[in-house]
Design a protein around this ligand. Structure first.
Ligand code: 5GP
Ligand code: MN
Length: 323
């Protein structure tokens, strides 16, 4: 799965791993970096290795070098694996990609790749159904598998609100629900499971850091390393905060700049026709989806934000024309 895995990266990987295990394969799930605290309930730490943990790195390398098949879920460019990308690239095993991001690299032998899928977890659901001849969900999926896949679909659709929600999304979820898992509990575990510090941090960001530029229908927030330290914020605690910018009336693009470990991580969100994927890939070494993308910068926070502000006029027409 990709670095800083979200619930779709983790959920699709764990769901696919469960299926392969059921089929008698020996499976190891590897994340390049730590996952957010609110996803810990999904993970049996004995089964998921984290490459950036010094104590697990050698084991990850060995597993990848010795694998007979490497499944790459929820990413389609190897740079999304951080340092692990090189290890995967050099490993002799054939690669199988399952992903829904635009602009893939063609590093995999097999690609289950569909940008119309709302989530990689939806692709895993469909693949497993096809492999099992469309048997009833209750015969193929168990409750943990259904929860993993549901978590991925639920989060990548913004709880079934985004433009990527289709009839197939609801049909997949309806089918998974036949296993009898508690979907409301999954929602609570992910969204209503934050440490108090996250809510206080969110309060700080919204009251002190949110800037709105009505002329460009844009909102943005900048968080420095010092501020993150002040709130003792871990990786997961900034996740999703960028979305709040879109709640401001008339705003159609929201951006968040986060300084962490000397690099600037940028998150973009938009609505409708405005493509933040194009903006991220043209200007910030990034990519993603039309309405949710990200990128990185090695310049200082101020330089990065100044650059962002300097390119806004070139997008003015596109921003104004969003319905
Ligand atoms: P987030 O803002 O949640 O970190 O990222 C939103 C989406 O943007 C992700 O689902 C992913 O598709 C994409 N994304 C984030 N960072 C990067 C990046 O550095 N490179 C590329 N290609 N896509 C990214
Ligand atoms: Mn995804």
């Amino acid at each position: 799965m990709h670095r800083d895995p979200d619930a779709d990266a983790l959920g699709s990987s764990l769901g696919w791993a469960s299926y392969l295990s059921k089929k008698g394969h020996e499976v190891t799930v590897i994340s390049p970096t730590e996952y957010a605290a609110n996803l810990r309930w999904m993970v049996n730490p004995d089964l998921v290795l984290v490459y950036e943990k010094a104590s697990e790195q050698a084991k990850c390398r060995k597993k990848i070098q010795e694998a007979t098949l490497i499944c790459c879920l929820d990413f389609s460019v190897l740079s999304r694996l951080k340092d692990l990308g090189k290890v995967v690239q050099e490993a002799p095993a054939p690669k199988m990609m399952i992903d829904h991001h635009l602009e893939p690299e063609y590093f995999a032998t097999w690609m289950i790749w569909d940008t119309n899928a709302a989530a990689t977890a939806q692709l895993v659901y469909q693949l497993v159904k096809e492999l099992e001849d469309y048997a009833p969900a209750t015969e193929i999926f168990d409750v943990p598998m259904a929860e993993y896949l549901y978590a991925g679909i639920m989060t990548d659709t913004g709880s079934f609100r985004h433009a990527n929600v289709t009839a197939d999304v609801h049909l997949a979820v309806a089918d998974l629900m036949r296993t009898g898992f508690d979907s409301s509990r999954v929602h609570r575990l992910i969204y209503d499971n934050a440490p108090l510090s996250r809510l206080q941090f969110l309060g700080y960001v919204l009251s002190q850091k949110l800037v709105v530029l009505p002329k460009y229908r844009t909102a943005y927030m900048v968080l420095t390393e010092a501020e993150l330290q002040r709130f003792n914020s871990s990786t997961g605690e900034t996740e999703g905060i960028v979305n709040y910018g879109l709640q401001v009336e008339n705003v159609v693009m929201s951006a968040m700049f986060i300084e962490r470990k000397g690099e600037i991580k940028i998150s973009f969100r938009s609505v409708g026709t405005f493509s933040v994927r194009d903006l991220a890939s043209t200007h910030f070494n990034g990519g993603g989806h039309k309405n949710a993308s990200g990128g990185r910068s090695e310049q200082s926070v101020n330089e990065t934000v100044d650059y962002f502000l300097s390119i806004l006029p070139t997008y003015e027409q596109a921003l104004l024309s969003v319905d």
